[in-house]
Design a protein. Structure first.
Length: 144
């Protein structure tokens, strides 16, 4: 999918640089995107025969899709999601109770140190990104 958008993004400026029309029509752009998608599917099939092209992995934790900033005192489904990710990513046994207390804060600090990211005991964009990635890896949990 990224290649399709990248191809469309390159095609339109390239037409202007090569003396073509200043802007491609939406039909030309959608044709190039469609061609790029077809090429990406063919490339996937050639590299991974018998493996279907899917949109992405199934998330190991399904409490919520929201990723708000969390800190000690936060509560709710997003905290449960973070606790589930921590359990899956580093093999902890946190209660997925939706209460961001001292234990969740300390476990978050441990994870951040392990992931070599900013250690503050809070879960913001960077920590969410690393948590989701680590928890959904097939070889999780990781030893730190």
């Amino acid at each position: 999918m990224r290649r399709a958008f990248a191809a469309a993004a390159v095609l339109v400026p390239a037409l202007a640089l090569l003396g073509g029309p200043a802007a491609a029509t939406s039909q030309e752009t959608s044709q190039s995107v469609s061609t790029s998608l077809t090429n990406a599917r063919s490339e996937h099939t050639a590299r991974h025969p018998g493996t279907p092209l899917t949109r992405g992995p199934v998330d190991v934790c399904n409490y919520t899709d929201l990723r708000p900033n969390l800190e000690r005192g936060s509560q709710g489904r997003a905290v449960q999601q973070a606790q589930c990710y921590l359990n899956a990513a580093i093999g902890t046994d946190l209660a997925e109770d939706g209460d961001f207390g001292r234990v969740t804060q300390n476990t978050t600090r441990f994870f951040q140190q392990c992931a070599d990211i900013a250690v503050d005991g809070r879960i913001g964009a960077q920590t969410w990104s690393f948590l989701a990635f680590w928890a959904n890896r097939p070889d999780a949990p990781f030893d730190c």
